[in-house]
Ligand binder design. Structure first.
Ligand code: NAD
Ligand code: SER
Length: 340
C-alpha cells in the first residue's frame, strides 16, 4: 500500500520555508515529501517525512515517488525565477515548463491509480502579464486575470503556458479517450505579486529589490537599487502568500469557476520601500542606480492586480497591508534576525 503524503517541490526556496513550517505547525503528523536541488536546512529537514536532494527533471525519481506515495496534494514550487531565466532561457524553459509537465503527469498517473483527484497548487506570477510601457501600466491600474497577457520574459511565458497546461489537465486531459478516468488533476494557480519574507532572502528574481533593500539595511550594508524610485509593483508578505496557498487548497472545487486567480495585498513604489526602511533603519544607505534592462521587466509587470474573483469565490483577504507588513512583521523580524 502506498503512503499518503503531500509533495512539495522547490521546498528549500522562500515559499517552501514558509509552507513546510506552516503545514507542520498546523498538523505535526502530516507527511511531507520534499524535493529540492539544494539540501534543506536542518530545521526544515526535521519537519519532513522524506527529503530528496534531486532534480524535478529526473523522471526515474518521479517514478520512484509515484510507486511509494499517494499524494493527495502537490505544491509545485520549484522554478527558475525571472532574472535567472532571462540569463539562461533554455534552462528556464526546461525547469519551468518541462519540469511542470513531468509533475502534472505524475499527478495524473496518481489520480488514475487511486481514483481520487490530486490537488495541484501552482504559484504563477504577475510576470504572466506584459504591459507595453509605463504610462499604459499606470493607466491600467488593477489588471484582471484575462487582461494584458503578453508576457515579455521567458519566465512569464513559462508561467502563462503552465497555467494553460494546468487548465488542460484539469478540464480536458485525454478528452477523446472513450473511457474517461474517474479522477483528475485538480489544478489551482495563484498569480503571486512580488513576495517579501523576513526569514529568507530572494535570489534570481526581478522584484527582489524590495526585500533586498530591507535585508541590506538591517545588516548595515549599502544597497544599490536597480530600479528608479518611481518603479511600482504589487507586493505581499510571506505569511499572506502561505495563507493564500492553504486557503485555495482547502476550498471545495465546486466553489471555483477558474483555475487561475490574482491575489493582491499592496502596490508600492521603490521610494515607498525606501521611506519605510529609512524610518526603521535611519543609517540605511540606498543608491538608486537603475539597470535599464531589468527595469524594463519591472515596467512591463502591472502596478496592481484585481483580485475580486479570489475574494468572491474563496474568500481571499490579505491580513497585511503595507503599514502592517512592515510595522508588525518585517521590521521586528529582520531586526531580531540580524541582531543574532
Ligand atoms: P526560490 O527561488 O526561493 O525557490 C525555488 C526553489 O526551487 C529553490 O530552492 C531551488 O533550489 C528549487 N529548484 C530550482 N530548480 C529545481 C529543479 N530542477 N529541481 C528541484 N528543485 C529546483 O523561489 P520562491 O520565491 O520560493 O518561489 C517558489 C515558486 O513561487 C516559484 O515557482 C516562483 O516562480 C513562484 N513565485 C515566486 C514569487 C516571489 O516573489 N518569490 C512570486 C511569484 C511566483
Ligand atoms: N518575484 C518573481 C520574480 O521576480 C516574480 O514571480 O521573478
Amino acid at each position: 500500500m502506498s503512503t499518503k503524503a503531500v509533495l512539495i517541490t522547490g521546498a528549500n526556496g522562500e515559499i517552501g520555508h514558509g509552507l513546510v513550517t506552516r503545514l507542520t505547525e498546523k498538523d505535526p503528523s502530516l507527511r511531507i515529501v520534499a524535493i529540492d536541488v539544494h539540501p534543506l536546512s536542518q530545521t526544515l529537514r526535521e519537519r519532513c517525512h522524506e527529503v530528496i536532494v534531486g532534480d524535478i527533471m529526473d523522471s526515474s525519481l518521479l517514478d520512484r515517488l509515484a510507486a511509494f506515495y499517494d499524494f493527495g496534494t502537490i505544491y509545485h514550487l520549484a522554478a527558475i525565477l525571472s532574472t535567472k531565466a532571462e540569463r539562461e532561457p533554455v534552462l528556464g524553459h526546461r525547469v519551468n515548463v518541462d519540469g511542470t509537465l513531468g509533475l502534472l503527469e505524475l499527478a495524473a498517473r496518481q489520480a488514475r491509480a487511486t481514483g481520487e483527484n490530486v490537488k495541484f497548487l501552482f504559484p504563477s506570477s504577475i510576470a504572466a502579464y506584459g504591459l507595453p510601457d509605463v504610462p499604459t501600466k499606470m493607466k491600467a491600474g488593477k489588471v484582471k486575470e484575462t487582461e494584458w497577457l503578453d508576457a515579455r520574459t521567458m519566465y512569464g511565458i513559462n508561467k502563462k503556458y503552465c497555467e494553460d497546461l494546468g487548465r488542460y489537465y484539469n478540464w480536458y486531459y485525454r478528452q477523446i479517450d472513450p473511457q474517461p478516468t474517474a479522477a483528475h488533476v485538480d489544478f489551482r494557480a495563484l498569480r503571486f505579486p512580488g513576495l517579501i519574507s523576513a526569514v529568507t532572502l530572494p535570489t534570481g528574481g526581478t522584484s527582489d529589490y524590495g526585500p533586498e533593500m530591507m535585508h541590506y539595511a538591517a545588516q548595515g550594508k549599502e544597497y544599490r537599487c536597480f530600479v528608479p524610485e518611481s518603479a511600482t509593483l504589487p507586493f505581499m508578505v510571506m505569511p499572506d502568500a502561505i495563507n493564500a496557498l492553504l486557503t485555495l487548497e482547502a476550498t471545495p472545487a465546486k466553489n471555483l469557476t477558474q483555475v487561475v486567480y490574482n491575489i493582491g495585498a499592496f502596490s508600492v513604489s521603490a521610494k515607498d520601500f525606501y521611506d519605510v526602511i529609512l524610518k526603521a533603519f535611519p543609517g540605511a544607505t540606498v543608491e538608486f542606480r537603475p539597470d535599464a534592462l531589468r527595469q524594463k521587466i519591472v515596467d512591463s509587470w502591472p502596478a496592481d492586480v484585481d483580485d475580486s474573483l479570489a475574494r468572491r469565490e474563496w474568500g481571499w483577504r490579505p491580513e497585511y497591508d503595507f503599514r502592517r507588513s512592515f510595522e508588525e512583521y518585517l521590521i521586528p523580524a529582520v531586526k531580531q534576525r540580524y541582531a543574532k
